[in-house]
Design a protein around this ligand. Structure first.
Ligand code: SAH
Ligand code: SF4
Ligand code: F3S
Length: 477
């Protein structure tokens, strides 16, 4: 298959942080692309973080503006796009597996267009591998140019070649792009893109580029429009939301944004992810003062050992982290705290791992995403020699998860007998006549009901049972 290489990725270029102004562009689709998808179907598969989920909503919005319709069976759509994640080796393995299945489908329907987007193509090794051995992939693009999708699709149709456009320098800030939101009552709202932290294990600063914040006016406007449409909840997105606004140098911070968003009338505000180093008092005050800011915080700690934190380039100590936790608990009584933890960072000792276990006990997390360290090519940590065996790493993950799971259960048990407010998402997956949604503390709650009118409303539920992964309750009349 012929290749059209508009731009190829470079991790080295992606590392650069040039001083330049990031222009905001207002999306508009060229007329010639508008009818390209009429009579055809599409599917977007999403992997990875909420940032990718939000990007997929934009891709779906763009495809629908081109005339494409959602496919009943995503595996046989006319255009299939995989929006990928490169955070860990196993995330990538899953995606190669799905690509293998799609290869078979394309044999049955040779006109199918298969595209790979998101974080994986930003890695040189992935894009080279696709060019060398994945002939059935038609489109390769990254995280900075999803707005080019119509142009790239058009070229793929016209030339029957593999079209590659992966930019290593961060893109513009895209406003007014069409979005096909998954829900009608809760929405993702990006407040910034990229990451400047360079934690030594992490690929994100390379795949997402320099930190850049959206203008506050654009964010407020988007949320005001969501309120008018009846949305109840927003989740503000960024790799380090507490760094919001630093690049704009106006002195307006994330805390200020929370206070302003509270006044828009949106019922529930959540945000992810916070970096412990940048979580400031104003943000904590906003969590205390603003009724719409929910009493849950995800604050990734990664490790409970100062030496490991230093090697990870996290820029805080365990003591500093604990001080923020103290302030959070004091300011927002009953707050639910969750975190991310990596075990088996190169040469982590048993004592160092024990300190992580101790920290989990001290904070009393009510949930955590736990990971075994995965080596990412191009990151500083990937150069470290590592002596820990795979078995030891799995053992540590197991021991950590035992503790973390007990925390999940305790976090649910504390609501037994209480009436909680649940924003209803829909019918429970197992189809047993239950509906479900989340409480302010982000506890998944199931209750008996069969009424589709409840979706998107807040109902009162009395909690009768606490499990590890969810709570069960009765709807209050
Ligand atoms: N920006 C967020 C998280 C982004 S990635 C933050 O800093 O908190 C989500 C989580 O994946 C991280 O918090 C970390 O725990 C984990 N992670 C990132 N890189 C990893 C790697 N190379 N191996 C294992 N886990 C990793
Ligand atoms: Fe990765 Fe660290 Fe940035 Fe989070 S803050 S995305 S872990 S580099
Ligand atoms: Fe994955 Fe990229 Fe998000 S690597 S976690 S999809 S920023």
């Amino acid at each position: 298959m012929k290749n059209i290489r508009l731009a190829m990725p470079s991790l080295k270029d992606a590392r650069m942080r040039k001083k330049k102004e990031i222009p905001t562009i207002y999306y508009q689709m060229e007329e010639k692309y508008r009818k390209l998808g009429v009579g055809k179907t599409y599917a977007v598969f999403t992997y990875g973080c909420q940032g990718n989920e939000a990007d997929s909503e934009v891709m779906a919005g763009i495809l629908e503006e081109m005339g494409y319709e959602t496919a009943q069976d995503p595996m046989t759509a006319d255009v299939v796009i995989l929006n990928t994640c490169a955070i860990r080796e196993n995330a990538e393995q899953r995606i190669w597996g799905v690509l293998g299945q799609l290869k078979g489908k394309k044999r049955e329907n040779p006109d199918m267009i298969i595209g790979i987007a998101g974080c994986m193509p930003q890695e040189e090794k992935t894009t080279h591998k696709i060019l060398e051995s994945y002939d059935f992939i038609d489109l390769v693009f990254g995280t900075h140019n999803k707005d080019h999708l119509p142009k790239l699709l058009y070229q793929a149709y016209m030339t029957k070649a593999k079209v590659v456009e992966v930019l290593s320098e961060e893109g513009n800030i895209l406003e007014k792009a069409p979005k096909k939101r998954e829900f009608h009552h809760k929405a993702w709202v990006n407040i910034m893109y990229g990451c400047d932290e360079f934690c030594t294990y992490c690929i994100v600063p390379y795949t997402r580029g320099k930190e850049r914040s959206r203008k506050k006016e654009d964010i407020l406007k988007e949320v005001e429009e969501l309120v008018l449409k009846g949305y109840q909840e927003i989740t503000l997105l960024g790799q380090n939301v507490n760094a919001y606004g630093k690049d704009l140098q106006t002195g307006y911070t994330f805390g200020d944004l929370l206070y302003d968003l509270d006044r828009t009338g949106i019922k529930r505000i959540r945000f992810t992810t916070s970096h412990p180093k940048d979580l400031d008092e104003k943000t904590i005050r906003a969590m205390r003062d603003c009724p719409s800011v929910m009493p849950h915080l995800h604050l990734p700690v990664q490790s409970g050992d100062n030496e490991i934190l230093r090697k990870m380039n996290r820029k805080y100590t365990v003591e500093e982290y604990m001080e923020k936790i103290r302030l959070l608990k004091e300011s927002v009584p009953g707050i639910s705290l969750t975190t991310d933890i990596i075990v088996g960072f190169p040469n982590e000792t048993e004592e160092q791992f024990q300190r992580t276990l101790d920290l989990v006990d001290r904070v009393q997390f009510e949930g955590a995403f736990t990971f075994i360290y995965s080596k990412r090519e191009g990151t500083p940590a990937s150069l470290l020699e590592d002596e820990i065996t795979e078995e030891e790493k799995h053992q540590r993950l197991y021991r950590l998860n035992e503790k973390v799971n007990a925390g999940y259960l305790k976090g649910h048990q504390r609501f037994l007998g209480q009436v909680v407010e649940v924003l209803v998402d829909g019918f429970s997956k197992n189809g047993d006549g239950m509906m479900c949604g989340y409480t302010p503390h982000l506890k998944l709650t199931h209750f008996k009901a069969q009424n589709p009118d409840l979706i998107g409303t807040v109902v009162s539920v009395k909690i009768t049972e606490a499990k590890t992964w969810f709570m069960i309750g009765e709807l209050c009349e």
